[in-house]
Design a protein around this ligand. Structure first.
Ligand code: NAD
Length: 352
């Protein structure tokens, strides 16, 4: 079974301002609440100005992992301003806040992403309450329209561009061996990983390279589409625990863990590894990703992200205590060993 959800995608320099009003009009929306994080307020203001009379307000209060009180306030503002739609401008955190407004109010969402998180292409929402992050799937939170503007990402620092890009590659990698993957999803994931890993060295060399920025957003679109179509495995589960329980930063954690998760899963998923190998131009995918992160100056160990050795057994216990689909059974010893290697930042080795 393959489902292709109806979403319009516009990609091009300047599209955030030039295309968002037209997307709103196509959806019949006349009073849009624009949400963003505090750092994205300037860009969000430009989008709000472009909407003109169709803007019901600007709410630049998105925060990482969508805390419940932040969601409550945004929903109240959407109701008070009698918004008939929402535009989320920013990274996964801003899109996540837009999704909570959509979930609670039923308002349609337009996403204008400024990172490569891919959240804009998925029906997955997340909410952090009492220190724990809950996620769920609901078709109503999937943006109806996504406007990718490479100019918005020019300000994304190289370090965050690289880790956010590898976060996208993680979606593609796990989609390739997901239990619900399809031939079309596999093609999408492979092409997404290819586009992203080719764009990252170029934009690291010249962060203002608009062509590379555009190719990275194209990669993010495809990797996000693959994420939205499938159920993620061990890698995403580990990152969820490390982010949720220990507060490690999202994209950086994905960047560190991915080579080790793939080294563990590789023997069970030869076809997925062949596809990723084609995308990256290598026959050692875990090493190639570890090497790419190192060459582009991204963190390569959980220690560098602030995890302590004492956290490792706790993280391993939490990760093994939850159900998730994975192509290779991962027992407590396997997860402990994987986390230990990721903690140290050792060169990843495929273990048969
Ligand atoms: P983010 O949105 O928190 O952004 C990271 C930082 O980058 C923030 O400080 C932000 O202000 C800044 N930033 C964003 N765009 C910028 C730009 N163009 N220029 C300068 N600074 C910029 O982080 P993220 O990695 O995009 O998203 C992570 C969040 O998204 C997590 O909460 C994660 O769980 C969620 N997520 C959800 C899904 C899903 O399908 N639901 C998918 C991926 C990620």
């Amino acid at each position: 079974m393959h489902e292709s959800p109806a979403v319009r995608v516009v990609l091009g320099p300047g599209a955030s301002v030039a295309a968002t009003p037209g997307e709103a009009e196509r959806l019949g929306l006349r009073r849009l609440l624009v949400v963003s994080g505090p750092r994205g307020a300037g860009t969000a203001r430009a989008v709000a100005d472009a909407l003109g009379d169709a803007c019901a307000g600007l709410h630049p209060e998105a925060r990482m992992h969508v805390p419940a009180e932040v969601a409550d306030r945004a929903v109240a503002v959407a109701r008070r301003t009698r918004a008939d739609g929402c535009v989320a401008v920013g990274g996964g955190s801003a899109v996540g806040l837009g999704k909570m407004i959509a979930l609670r109010t039923g308002l349609p969402l337009i996403a204008v992403p400024s990172t490569y998180s891919g959240s804009e292409m998925t029906p997955v929402w997340g909410l952090t309450e009492h220190g724990a992050k809950r996620t769920g799937r609901d078709p109503s939170v999937r943006p109806r329209s996504v406007v990718y503007d490479p100019e918005l990402t020019l300000s994304l620092p190289v370090a965050l561009s690289v880790t956010s890009g590898i976060n996208a590659v993680a979606h593609a990698a796990e989609a390739l061996y997901a239990p619900d993957t399809t031939p079309l999803t596999s093609l999408t994931a492979e092409e997404g990983a290819r586009a992203m890993t080719a764009a990252l060295p170029d934009l690291a060399a010249d962060p203002r390279d608009l062509d590379a920025r555009g190719r990275a957003l194209y990669g993010a679109w495809l990797c996000g589409t693959a994420l939205g179509a499938t159920t993620m495995g061990l890698h995403h589960k580990l990152c969820h625990v490390l982010g949720g329980t220990f507060g490690l930063p999202h994209a950086e954690t994905h960047t560190v863990v991915l080579p080790y998760a793939l080294a563990f899963n590789a023997p069970a998923v030869p076809a997925a590894m062949t596809a990723l190998g084609r995308a990256l131009g290598t026959d050692d995918v875990p090493y190639a990703l570890w090497d790419l992160a190192g060459r582009l100056g991204a963190p390569r160990s959980l220690a560098a992200l602030g995890l302590t050795e004492a956290d490792l057994p706790v993280a391993a216990r939490e990760a093994t205590g939850r159900a998730y689909p994975n192509p290779r059974a991962a027992g407590p010893d396997d997860v402990r060993e994987l986390l230990r290697a990721a903690y140290a930042g050792d060169r990843p080795h495929v273990r048969p």
